[in-house]
Design a protein around this ligand. Structure first.
Ligand code: FAD
Length: 426
């Protein structure tokens, strides 16, 4: 069971689309990306309707770890500049540097009750040889406007409550939240601003006539001048060559999440006593954060999905106990999983597979900040048509090469990554 289902306040169900509807912009998918864009569009008077296959936050948005990380996975500012060029890279990096500020400000502005904690994000080196690399990353992100700082080994260890780290990047603008409550809060705010929301309304097909898209669901049709597809890699996805362009631009990665029993106060005072969000430098990332009720939420991947829900708790309990001995014995009460989308270069994709249709994925396992901040950017583009102002280029379909095989690569590389993590840590 998804732990956040027990903590996020319920949302009144939104009725499925029935009959014929019309709007300016139709958004497919009620995750953070779709809802952040819907909120910005509705706030500026655009008639926007969101069609969601299941319920708000049913995809990665309501299943993730809730770590607010104002950074990119694996790549740094120089990679962004090399891939996007000067002006766009500068814009994306500036947005990222202020991304967590904007997210927490949005939560305050709309009174979203999601246990948001702004305690910072710790990204420690799990091996001594990685410390100089993390220090260099701190310098690179600082030069790009980020507020991160370098903590030496002693300070990092004190903050983490673990002797196993060798210094850390610390970004005070990050933190953590309840992701399902946040996503539901975005939906509530978008509807209050005038957006129309339909749940249980999977888009089954799309046709374009006379400059209008007509989206078909089981019981209705929605006509729109523009469509924004925000289905990430969450099934069912939108069928057909237009809808399929998004799925082809990334590979899905199944990620497991686990929540422990409520920990005694003494344990909470020993492990991450400052309540920061934490993810380290391992290939097979170790990440965790405390919840408001004093449980630790962590996550991991599995090389083999059969039986993983039973196997992974044992493996992750051992891993946590090794890194944070004060946690022992670790007992998980909740195990669930979700699908992240990985693009080849860890940057978001904005794809225009057909006129009037924009398909965006910005996941790469770091969607809370990125998707929240992209919403207003996409909304501005949909209102003005000014593609030059977007922090990302709009491309045609960009299928991942040999995707049928590439989708298994992260899983197949996991044992190798595990081995490298152990070898490098010595
Ligand atoms: C287990 C896990 C842990 C993660 N941890 C973190 C973290 O700690 N911090 C962080 O920043 N990021 C994290 N991420 C990434 C983050 O969750 C995602 O980047 C983000 O939620 C993606 O949002 P989205 O709106 O693009 O997609 P989604 O939330 O996946 O939403 C897509 C929506 O589209 C709907 N849909 C699909 N097909 C159709 C259709 N045909 N018609 C209508 N609707 C449709 C789906 O039902 C779904 O609701 C994690 C991801 C996973 C899976």
């Amino acid at each position: 069971m998804i732990f956040w289902e027990a903590t996020a306040a319920p949302l009144p169900p939104a009725p499925p689309l029935a009959g014929e509807g019309a709007c300016d912009v139709a958004i497919i998918g009620a995750g953070i990306l779709g809802l952040s864009t819907a909120l910005a569009l509705a706030g500026s008077g655009v008639r926007v309707t969101v069609l969601e296959a299941a319920t708000v936050g049913a995809g990665a948005s309501g299943r993730n770890g809730g770590l607010v990380v104002p950074s990119l996975p694996r790549i740094g500012p120089d990679d962004v500049r090399a891939r996007l060029g000067g002006a766009r890279a500068a814009r994306l990096l500036a947005l990222l540097a202020g991304g967590a500020d904007d997210l927490f400000a949005l939560i305050r502005r709309h009174g979203i009750a999601c246990d948001a904690v702004r305690s910072g994000w710790l990204n420690p080196a799990h091996a001594a040889v990685l410390a100089p690399r993390v220090q260099a990353r701190v310098a690179a992100w600082q030069a790009a406007g980020a507020r991160c700082v370098w903590l030496d080994a002693a300070e990092a260890r004190a903050r983490l409550g673990s002797t196993q780290f060798h210094g850390a990047l610390f970004d005070p603008s990050g933190g953590h939240l309840d992701p399902l409550a946040y996503t539901r809060g975005l939906a509530r705010a978008a509807v209050a601003a005038g957006a129309v929301l339909h749940e249980a309304s999977p888009v089954l097909g799309a046709q374009r006539n006379d400059g209008l898209w007509r989206l078909r669901t089981a019981r209705g049709t929605l006509a729109a001048s523009a469509v924004l597809q925000c289905t990430n890699t969450t099934p069912p996805g939108v069928p057909g060559p237009v809808g399929g362009a998004l799925a082809e631009a990334s590979v899905p990665l199944i990620v497991y999440q686990l929540a422990t029993d409520v920990a005694p106060a003494s344990v909470r005072a020993a492990v991450l006593p400052g309540n920061e969000a934490f993810s380290d430098t391992r290939n097979n990332l170790l990440a965790c954060r405390w919840t408001a009720s004093g449980r630790l939420v962590t996550g991991g991947m599995a090389a083999l999905h059969t039986g993983a829900m039973d196997r992974l708790p044992r493996k992750l309990a051992r891993r946590l106990e090794q890194v944070f001995p004060a946690l022992a014995p670790v007992r998980f009460t909740h195990v669930w999983r979700g699908r992240a989308a990985l693009t080849g270069d860890f940057l978001p994709r904005v794809i225009a597979p057909a006129p009037g249709w924009l398909a965006v994925t910005a996941c790469n396992g770091r969607g809370l900040v990125m998707n929240t901040m992209l919403g207003p950017e996409l909304a501005a583009y949909l209102r003005t048509g000014d593609a030059a102002a977007l922090p990302l280029p709009i491309t045609g379909p960009r299928p991942i090469r040999a995707r049928a095989l590439a989708r298994f690569v992260p899983q197949l590389l996991l044992p190798l990554g595990d081995w490298q993590d152990r070898r490098i840590a010595g």
